[in-house]
Design a protein around this ligand. Structure first.
Ligand code: OVM
Length: 407
């Protein structure tokens, strides 16, 4: 059996479009727009011989495949490795890399811990932290907004929300990069982020233990559900690991990308300042426009079809969420950033039963940051070239020079 990147090599059916592209080329990962449009224009699905996978990028099909958990499973991994055939780099997540019925129980526990009601309890923490950071950047004037703003907010509030006794901002950010790079191929980008794997994984796993957590955070809520018998205590520590895997890099990216969107579109910044009811829609538009998670995969759990083409069991399908979020058949003038677009159905949080379970807290963080910005800042101006950082599944900035001008 021929293997490619940890999954079975497939033979595409006659007539399926074939494209000799490497979607994990650093240049494409940094500036993916022309790759997105070419992918959509080839037809669907497209066979990529480089990795022997299918790819979808038109909105309708991407949405459909990504949310069809019966045909396209998550339990075999959401990256290129087929967990049924090769051992994954870490123990599979018991919420992300699992299907119903197992998924249903852990999802329920996580959804309850991350409910709107719980997130409301963090409002003051989010607000105070946002004020402190914005005051400090206004004093500096010009900053590198990834390291001095975007990374600072989540690495300050998130460990407190989870209730971590000891936090390490560098480890949290670097672990996120590992987790998201690991869903891609074994390329240079993935290998580099794994260089400190042993050290970082040891720290992360240690931080998930009950005795490393306070009694009033998100972690304690999960362990309380273990006490109540809904999950085991080992499962509780795995769900805390999911917080640390998915909660930091994603929100760092969201903040950085929001600052980028608003600095590049001063008219939209003015509209947001004039109408705070646009805070939430503006964040959704940031997600649609920048797609922080640009690609996640699924595996055909049985023989099935996509857009009329047969798809055999074991086939990996790349769901290019970034391409779907820019599909002109779905979105009017998709390449314009509009704070009042209200992009219903965008795939920035995914879709279906695996749709982002942390989106309440992500929204709470972003809305707090944007609210303080519109209260204190007059203008947000580019102060140099923004550079994107290649990652196999996250589309994030590496450097973002920005000048903040106070009211
Ligand atoms: C996890 C997890 C959940 C969502 C995203 C993610 C790949 C990880 O449960 O570990 O990043």
């Amino acid at each position: 059996m021929g293997m490619v990147e940890g999954h079975r090599r497939i033979t595409p059916p006659d007539g399926m479009p074939v494209w000799d592209v490497d979607p994990y080329d650093p240049g494409i990962l940094q500036n993916p727009l022309s790759y997105y449009s070419e992918l959509r224009s080839k037809g669907e699905p497209v066979y990529l011989p480089r990795y022997s996978v299918l790819a979808v990028g038109r909105y309708e099909t991407t949405q459909k495949v990504f949310s069809d958990h019966e045909n396209f499973v998550s339990s075999r991994g959401v990256g290129l490795n087929d967990f049924k055939l090769e051992k994954p780099w870490r123990k599979p997540s018991i919420i992300l890399e699992v299907d119903p019925p197992e998924h249903t129980r852990t999802r329920k526990v996580m959804a309850r811990a991350l409910s709107q009601k719980v997130v409301k309890g963090f409002a003051e923490l989010f607000r105070d932290t946002a004020e402190r950071i914005v005051d400090s950047v206004l004093e500096k004037g010009t900053i590198e907004a990834v390291s001095e703003f975007a990374e600072v907010f989540p690495t300050t509030v998130f460990p407190k929300a989870v209730g971590m006794h000891d936090s390490n901002a560098r480890y949290l950010v670097d672990y996120g990069a590992m987790v998201f790079n690991a869903v891609g191929p074994d390329n240079e980008i993935r290998r580099r982020s794994m260089e400190k794997e042993t050290e970082i994984v040891a720290w992360i796993n240690g931080a998930c233990a009950r005795d490393r957590l306070s009694e009033d955070g998100l972690g304690a809520r999960i362990y309380a559900d273990a006490d109540a018998g809904e999950i085991t205590h080992d499962e509780a520590s795995m769900l805390v690991r999911s917080f640390l895997s998915a909660g930091v890099d994603t929100t760092v990216t969201g903040i950085g990308s929001a600052l980028w969107c608003l600095s590049q579109n001063p008219g939209e910044w003015e509209r947001l300042k004039a109408d705070p009811s646009l805070l939430r829609p503006a964040f959704d538009e940031v997600l649609r426009y920048t797609s922080p998670v640009h690609t996640f995969g699924r595996t055909a759990g049985r023989d099935t079809e996509i857009a009329g083409f047969p798809v055999e069991e074991g086939t990996k399908i790349l769901c290019v969420l970034g391409a779907a979020n820019m599909d002109p058949d779905k979105w009017e003038d998709p390449q314009s950033f509009r704070v009042d677009r209200r992009p219903r159905g965008h795939l920035g949080f995914g879709a279906g039963i695996h749709g982002c379970v942390g989106q309440n807290i992500a929204r709470g963080e972003l809305e707090a940051v944007l609210k303080v910005l519109i209260e204190k800042v007059d203008r947000i101006e580019p102060a140099g070239e923004a550079v994107w950082r290649p990652n196999n599944s996250i589309h994030a900035l590496d450097t973002l020079p920005i000048t903040f001008i106070p009211n």
